[in-house]
Design a protein around this ligand. Sequence first.
Ligand code: SF4
Length: 359
Amino acid sequence: MYRDERVTASEAVWRRCTLYVTEGECVRCSACMHACLLQQGQYGVCGVRMNRGGELYGLLDYVSHARADPIERKPLFHYRPGSLVYSIGGVGCNFACDFCQNYMVSIEFASVELTRVAPMQIIRQARTQRADGIAFTFNEPAISAESVHDISRLAHKKGFFTAMATNGYLSKEAVDYLSPHMDACIVGVKTFDEEFYARSCNASLARLKEALSHVMGAGWHVEFSYLVRNDDRGYGDFLSFISQFDGPQILHLGKFFPSYKSTDDETPSEMLVSYHRKARDAGIEYVYISDLYGSRYESTVCPSCGAMLIEREGSVGDDTVISPFCASYDIISYRVTDDGHCPDCGHPIRVEGPPTRRD
Ligand code: SF4
């Protein structure tokens, strides 16, 4: 257990990482697809892992924000619907998106106050909040894979499920390392354009595709979100890409809001609706629009007969500091049968775990 004191990243106690190899006097991090080769004293792209004396050290075990959320806010709609997750995040990111809505913890984090927490403290806090699961979110979990691993392993032992919100840029080593202890993830795709990923995110679409193949083979419940921008050019390729994987795909379309350094226009609602139609035409069974509150696009309908199965009511999240544009959802009605079918036409409906009733 650690004392309850707030420190910045430079004041924190960094610990030795697991996911790396040494190459002469350098270390190569294997937590994400950047595979940073670091000389003595050098930081990785994420800013929270560094070569210290020929070993890789990371800013692990620290939390910047924590709160209990409905799982639908991640967004995860087909895993334990209605459950509450204790959502935690640290600082840093392996991307550098110029439109990031959480830039204050992912990129400009030098003065952010952090609390050091042992895995058992997280579990106790989750219990106090009456959470059903633990979610790693707010910043990229892959860059603190060792913490995610330790907390998730204990969470499973204590009866919690685990989930993470990731940009998907995990290495195969990280996926294998986390695989036994992770249940579900939402992969946030920014667009499907190599030039855009390089220019706006400091990442590679080709490497992301490789990483997503690992993620899809991990045995986790996976849902995708896709950020729809006015200048989007890769949506058709994205739909083709996710269609190659087995099982019904679950897709959340997100509206672009200008944030951080970006002054680009907000995505018009008509564009989101047309993207919804394109996904359904491409055979994606479950497609949602995250930011059209009060519309049918936030509810689950039977892909076969169109019957309303899980009715949700979305609203703007109540936290304006972190993830301010992430909607919150309440479940109004739930009609999927106990054995996972549409009650009207019998079509199989993919929902993992029973619904949880919240008071
Ligand atoms: S997590 Fe990714 S960005 Fe950070 S040091 Fe490792 S390889 Fe580099």
